[in-house]
Design a protein around this ligand. Structure first.
Ligand code: PAF
Length: 286
């Protein structure tokens, strides 16, 4: 017998009514927000969520606000049936899958969360307005679902930093649980975008985790050595076009000075063919 599929809630009112009833029975709620096209990385979130709360909700919403005019909103994979099967196998009881009109009934939201300075750096520089769109929809999802805990992936390090910051700045009640990056056997971080890579590009994409490994191995020697080690791996791969490689202070997400010592995070974004991939790793700078 196939496992029971999650109940799909597609209105804000239905989510509130359903979860209020669960809470009235004393149950706690965990939210995993997604754009859908679920892969094993997302399933790791729902597995972790099962350890953190009684009831799990996965939101599946391709949020137009976080896509720029030249980005892949229409091309973004929409695989609701397969997503529901995958979540059924994990025993997830509820999916919130609203239409765009349900989330933005009066057209694009006039009231936005603004991601601030960090929101315009790195990913935000390549994708202007992206993080305002992410934070606005995350704030809405947290208000709609009112979860005790919500899972966010370490893979999207800048998004994670900004969501944690928003929760603090706006005194939101939800606790943010960080889920470590899930990787293929060769180290490539799982991403919905990996499906766009052809065989040669897929092979070339291994340069991203290899560059981060090289960076971590050079960390004892300082920031310049880290950058040089990563660059030497990335420059050896013709199909990889680097957008940025930066070392940031995890407390501020600002680039570290050359003489920085302690725990930092290396951020990497690159195009492989037409597909933009990001990855990151912790560094212990000596
Ligand atoms: O990381 C994502 O999948 C999205 O940015 C999120 C958090 C679901 C907001 O749309």
């Amino acid at each position: 017998m196939s496992p029971t599929r999650p109940v799909v809630l597609d209105t804000v009112a239905a989510v509130r009514e359903t979860l209020d009833a669960e809470r009235a029975e004393g149950r706690t709620v965990a939210l995993t927000p997604t754009l859908g096209a679920l892969h094993d990385g997302h399933l790791e979130h729902v597995r972790r969520a099962a350890e953190l709360a009684d009831i799990r909700v996965v939101s599946i919403f391709v949020n137009p606000l976080q896509f720029g005019p030249s980005e892949d909103l229409d091309r973004y994979p929409r695989t609701l049936e397969a997503d529901l099967d995958a979540l059924a196998a994990e025993g997830v009881p509820y999916v919130f899958a609203p239409a765009v009109e349900e989330m933005y009934p009066a057209g694009p939201a006039q009231t936005h969360v603004v991601a601030g300075r960090v929101g315009s750096m790195f990913e935000g520089r390549s994708r202007p307005g992206h993080f305002d769109g992410v934070l606005t929809v995350v704030a809405k999802l947290l208000n709609i679902v009112q979860p005790d805990v919500a899972t966010f992936g370490q893979k999207d390090a800048q998004q994670l930093f900004l969501v944690q910051r928003m929760v603090r700045d706006l005194d939101l009640r939800t606790r943010i649980e960080v889920v470590p990056t899930v990787r293929e056997d060769d180290g490539l971080a799982l991403s919905s975008r990996n499906r766009y890579l052809d065989a040669d590009q897929r092979r070339a994409a291994r340069a991203l985790p290899r560059a981060l490994e090289a960076a971590a191995s050079a960390a004892d020697l300082g920031v310049d050595a880290v950058v040089a080690a990563a660059q030497s791996v990335l420059m050896g791969e013709k199909l990889v076009e680097v957008d940025y490689f930066k070392v940031v202070d995890p407390a501020t997400f600002e680039p570290v000075p050359d003489d920085f010592r302690g725990t930092a995070r290396a951020l990497l974004a690159a195009r492989v063919g037409t597909t933009r991939l990001i990855d990151n790793d912790e560094l212990h700078l000596g």
